[in-house]
Unconditional design. Structure first.
Length: 319
């Protein structure tokens, strides 16, 4: 029986912690864990440990938090560990060539898209925003490029019409761990055949800024609705209504004719228990869940009971 692989795990957010937990549960405990340094978080900007750090400390795993892997000291630490393989999941730090060459079997990455579709930082949100009907998880052999390495293993899932960034994140967090464990078995047995990516098919999933979350009502209804769903739960789409910032959590496009006539983009054209129907550049969207400043996110029907004048037919969101 072959000896277990000496794994190093590198990751930072919840998505990464799910994969680390799966390795531990499957008795593939890493010999060391790398995660980003503690960052300020919350209203008080208090230094906060990443989910991966919290799990590593809970499990008593050796933990390292270098500011960069370009640092020769960090590279020396990695080399001294003599790893067979480094598993990287949403680490957030670049791995220079010197690091990629340290493990005997190199470094593999769990990426939340069907590469070469959506290389980059925000593949989950960008897939929904673009109207993709399918997503998945790719296990990739890392190289010096940004998500350009050979594909080792892939699993797929549909993107549903009402999918949000949060719901797709949960789906992929369920698909990823078993895909990682299967790929490790195949890798140890020498049964994985790397498949080069077709660079002509690649798209870039750029990091999402909060300024992008402002709704552009002149866009077609399906585009506006997808953006609202993609940016749920972060950074959350928003629009101004009579000087009040309204955060929009869930939306769907409705009949194109709903936005025709004397309405202008951003105008509320219908109000009811199902939500607000708002005209767009073409067609209209039904917004079913919103959030007012200082309040919780709620179904529109509940918000209407307290703010009927704000959310009234004829009121117009700023363009």
């Amino acid at each position: 029986m072959p000896r277990p692989l000496r794994l190093i795990f590198a990751g930072t957010p919840d998505f990464a912690a799910v994969h680390l937990r799966a390795l531990i549960a499957d008795q593939r405990q890493p010999i060391a864990v790398f995660t980003q340094p503690d960052r300020p978080a919350g209203r008080g900007k208090k230094l906060t440990a990443s989910p991966v750090k919290q799990l590593a400390l809970e499990q008593g795993l050796p933990l390292f938090q270098p500011a960069s892997l370009k640092d020769t000291e960090a590279q020396a630490v990695l080399a001294e560990l003599k790893p067979d393989l480094m598993v990287v999941v949403a680490y957030g730090l670049l791995l220079p060539a010197a690091v990629l060459d340290i493990p005997r079997l190199g470094c593999i990455n769990v990426h939340a898209s069907l590469l070469p579709r959506w290389r980059g930082a925000a593949p989950i949100q960008r897939a929904i925003e673009a109207g993709d009907t399918e997503s998945g998880v790719t296990i990739m052999q890392m190289d010096k490029g940004l998500d350009t390495g050979a594909i080792l293993y892939r699993v797929t899932c549909p993107i549903e019409p009402d999918e949000t960034g949060g719901s797709l994140h949960r789906k992929l967090a369920e698909l990823g761990p078993p895909a990682l464990l299967s790929s490790l078995d195949l890798l140890a047995a020498g049964k994985l055949e790397p498949q080069p990516q077709d660079n002509h098919l690649c798209t870039y999933a750029g990091k999402i800024s909060k300024t992008e979350a402002a709704v552009e009502w002149y866009q077609p209804a399906d585009v506006v609705a997808r953006k609202i769903r993609a940016f749920n739960p972060f950074p959350v789409a928003f629009a101004l209504l009579n000087g009040v910032t309204v955060r929009l959590w869930q939306a769907s496009a409705v009949d194109d004719k709903a936005g025709e006539g004397s309405t202008v983009a951003g105008e509320i054209i219908n109000v009811g228990d199902a939500g607000l129907v708002i005209a767009c550049g073409k067609g209209a969207i039904l917004v079913s869940e919103i959030q007012l400043p200082g309040k919780k996110r709620l179904p529109v029907a509940e918000v209407l009971r307290g703010h009927p004048d704000l959310l009234s037919v004829g009121a117009r969101f700023d363009p």
